[in-house]
Design a protein around this ligand. Structure first.
Ligand SMILES: CC(=O)N[C@H]1[C@@H](OP(=O)(O)OP(=O)(O)OC[C@H]2O[C@@H](n3ccc(=O)[nH]c3=O)[C@H](O)[C@@H]2O)O[C@H](CO)[C@@H](O)[C@@H]1O
Ligand SMILES: C=C(OP(=O)(O)O)C(=O)O
Length: 428
């Protein structure tokens, strides 16, 4: 892990200018998984966000035998999966990011098995994988769990020949849908996936898979049909913009009373979050691929219920909690997707916020002025919310550990500084 890295923010500056929205974390990770399904050739992914999760994915791809080159300046990832030879997803890499589990379909098809020593991702309460395992089993795989050398569970999935089947997600799981589509893409026969996720990243992943030769229909409807094919070919693909990164910059404009041009942001991808932000007093104007955002009136309180797309994205729930601290009146937040995503409330309280948490519901008693403090990012979006709070706070805020934020946002300090923020990323 190396030294502790933290962000230091001195608040009170109004943000103004142009910012480039990064490529989507939650699109590029399944695409790396998809690229590992190509038995020959080199996949080229462009607009790759230079974030820690991508670095871990590159390490993991190499650990299982693929050749992966991340050209950071060009934001381009080149993957040659012809040399894939090791079915083990080692704990030391795989348990550091959720996207590691998206490598499983490629291992099942290419090597006939996958050994999962660990799966990571933000600690947000229970994060089950039963929809994935049940789907693989319905397609003919066997799933067994053993205790590894260090006492942790190791999951062994043996594929044999995966066969098309009728699959479902109890709730429309984002990575669950992606994994079942990838498993079905090279399976024998036809697969129907019911209650599939509708997220734009899922659709972008379908697009690359179709370019690779997969036969997938129904994306965006909740029912996805996949006709298995014999092989997939390596292609070039541009990763879609990150709607959560865009949402955080919208809120950076909102919390500082600023005005920004977000290059690459798509208002439609924000779903209900765009409407909620409008209700709070944020103004949007989409000009082609550039989204203009400004807030110059007092922030109004809000009622947020997180939901799958196009509902209010859970990954924007923490940022809007920070923003609602400055709204004039009580805001109500109901987190429906994850049962442990409110650790942020204690950190915001250290900065002067007044927040009452009751299970998965929170009441934010705005408006309270925020003051700088030493706070802790417990997960990625907790980190982005604390940066937002720091931008609006009086005095200095230090946020540890920066790693969480760096898992999902690229060049945070540089991009915010260019807009006029006073923020540095320091190694202690
Ligand atoms: C790498 C990636 O894309 N991560 C995103 C993905 O995570 P991830 O794909 O892990 O999230 P899911 O959509 O699968 O999970 C949503 C809910 O379904 C439950 N569930 C999920 C799968 C399963 O097999 N069983 C089960 O019960 C989870 O516990 C959770 O309560 O979607 C989340 C919800 O939009 C986002 O916050 C994450 O940023
Ligand atoms: C929960 C998140 O990511 P992951 O699923 O990769 O942990 C997130 O992006 O906020």
């Amino acid at each position: 892990m190396g030294h502790e890295v933290r962000y230091r923010v001195r608040g009170g500056r109004r943000l103004q200018g142009t910012v480039f929205v990064q490529g989507a974390k939650n699109a590029v990770l399944p695409m790396i998984g998809a690229s590992l399904m190509a038995g020959e050739g080199r996949t080229v992914l462009r607009n790759v966000p230079i974030i820690e999760d991508v670095r871990r994915a590159v390490e993991l791809a190499r650990a299982i035998g693929a050749k992966a080159e991340l050209h950071e300046a060009e934001r381009t990832l080149v993957i040659d999966a012809s040399t894939l030879d090791n079915p083990v997803l080692p704990a030391e890499i795989a348990s550091r990011f959720r996207g590691s589990f998206l490598f499983v379909p490629a291992l099942l098809h290419r090597l006939g098995e996958a050994v999962i020593e660990g799966v990571g991702g933000c600690n947000l309460g229970s994060r089950n994988l039963d929809f994935h395992y049940n789907g693989f089993k319905r397609m003919g795989a066997t799933v067994t769990e053993q205790v590894g050398d260090n006492g942790d569970g190791v999951i062994h999935i043996k594929a044999g020949n995966l066969r098309g089947a009728t699959l479902y997600c109890d709730t429309p799981s984002h990575t669950g849908t992606e994994n079942l589509i990838m498993a079905a893409a090279l399976a024998e026969g036809t697969t129907l996936i019911k209650n599939a996720a509708l997220e734009p990243e899922v659709l972008d992943n379908i697009e690359i898979l179709r370019a690779m030769g997969a036969k997938i229909s129904g994306g965006g409807t909740g029912f996805i049909t996949v006709e298995g094919v014999k092989s997939l070919t390596a292609v070039e693909h541009i990763v879609m913009p990150d709607r959560i990164d865009a949402g955080v910059f919208v809120m950076a404009a909102a919390i500082t009373g600023g005005e920004l041009s977000l290059v690459g942001a798509n208002l439609e991808h924000l779903g209900v979050a765009a409407d909620k932000l409008e209700q709070m007093g944020v103004e949007f104007h989409q000009e082609g691929a550039v989204l203009q955002v400004r807030r110059d009136r007092p922030l109004r309180p809000i009622n947020v219920i997180t939901d799958e797309y196009p509902g209010f994205a859970t990954d924007l729930q923490s940022p809007i909690m920070a923003l609602s601290c400055l709204a004039d009146g009580p805001s109500y937040i109901y987190e429906r997707i994850f049962d442990g995503r409110f650790k942020l409330a204690d950190e915001l309280t250290k900065m002067g916020a007044s927040i009452e948490v009751d299970g998965n519901r929170a009441k934010v008693n705005g408006a309270t002025p925020l003051r700088g403090a030493e706070v802790e990012a417990h997960d990625l979006r907790c980190g982005s919310a604390l940066v937002l709070a720091g931008l609006a706070a009086e005095g200095e805020t230090t946020i540890t550990s920066a790693y969480y934020l760096d898992r999902g946002h690229a060049h945070t300090a540089e991009r915010l500084s260019q807009l006029g923020a006073d923020i540095t990323r320091e190694t202690v």
